[in-house]
Write a protein that binds this ligand. Sequence first.
Ligand SMILES: *[C@@H]1O[C@H](CO)[C@@H](O)[C@H](O)[C@H]1NC(C)=O
Ligand SMILES: *[C@@H]1O[C@H](CO)[C@@H](O)[C@H](O)[C@H]1NC(C)=O
Ligand SMILES: *[C@@H]1O[C@H](CO)[C@@H](O)[C@H](O)[C@H]1NC(C)=O
Length: 314
Amino acid sequence: SEIEMYGVLCFWVLLQAVSSADIPTGVKTNDSPVIGVLAQEVYAAPSGKNAYIAASYVKYLESAGAKVVPVMINRSEEEYTRLFKSLNGILFPGGGVSITSSGYAKAAGIFYRLALEANSKGDYFPVWGTCLGFEQLTLLTSEKLLLSHTNTSGVALPLNFTSEVSDSRMFKDFPKDLMTSLANEPLTENSHQWSITTESFKGNEKLNKFYRILSTNTDGQKEFVSTVEAYDYPVYGTQWHPEKNTFEWTRPYIPHTPSAIKTTFYMADFFVNEAKKSLHSFSSQEEEQNALIYNYSPSYTGKMSAFEQIYFFA
Ligand SMILES: *[C@@H]1O[C@H](CO)[C@@H](O)[C@H](O)[C@H]1NC(C)=O
Ligand SMILES: *[C@@H]1O[C@H](CO)[C@@H](O)[C@H](O)[C@H]1NC(C)=O
Ligand SMILES: *[C@@H]1O[C@H](CO)[C@@H](O)[C@H](O)[C@H]1NC(C)=O
């Protein structure tokens, strides 16, 4: 009926409004978002420490107005479920652990499943994967290992945007001149030996149905998928490293031009605004305070690793 149609239309308009980065007044949002960053195993660390988070991921989210909680590996499902209900989003960082058997992989799997369940019930919870985290997402979604070797272990590249980018949630509010720079200048830093080729991605029905490809890149031989967003869920991934441009100085190929720094900011701003749509919260202020990354101090590791600063955990 017409009335039902009108109802559907209003609901659609409301959804559109809620999913826009410019959240209109009157819609409930959370201006104090707390985002989890997943830790991973480390094998060459100060004694007694066996997990880490590169500080650049923490600073990246903080720079756009979020607080960060480290999500430790090898904890119980009950603990992750409790944390899930307290956090407003999660970021799976880059790194070097197994995406099938590590503590990182297990925790990512639990958060991914909880996020899909919550989002399908209207409980907004964004998930982001960077580099290894993106590879982890492709495995979680497809339930298959579809990665290929590429020559991309230390190179900055421009993004080859697909035609879908103008309608994307991720890039639609980026300044036009920054989009032009992203498409033409090497602003996105790649530090990976594994990639998912466009062919493998498109050949997998689950990936194809779940994600919209926003950009691709090539190592000169193989074209691979470099940026995705899920069609119906706030799940996002980049094979490249948005956090490095502003916060890492250890490698000569990390770009630091004005456009490179803006890229870091606008990517962080996008994800933090996604987290502001989540209304989860800790059960008390004290519980939140005890979970925050502010309880830990990063070590200066720039002389011996790819990261300027690292948080080590026992
Ligand atoms: C976490 O668990 C995995 C396997 O379940 C194990 O290989 C790894 O060493 C554990 N990591 C830590 C830091 O305990
Ligand atoms: C890998 O890529 C670099 C540029 O990023 C290039 O200099 C090098 O020749 C490539 N190696 C191979 C084996 O293609
Ligand atoms: C960008 O992607 C398109 C579609 O796959 C491809 O035809 C084109 O050659 C790519 N451009 C570059 C510079 O890699």
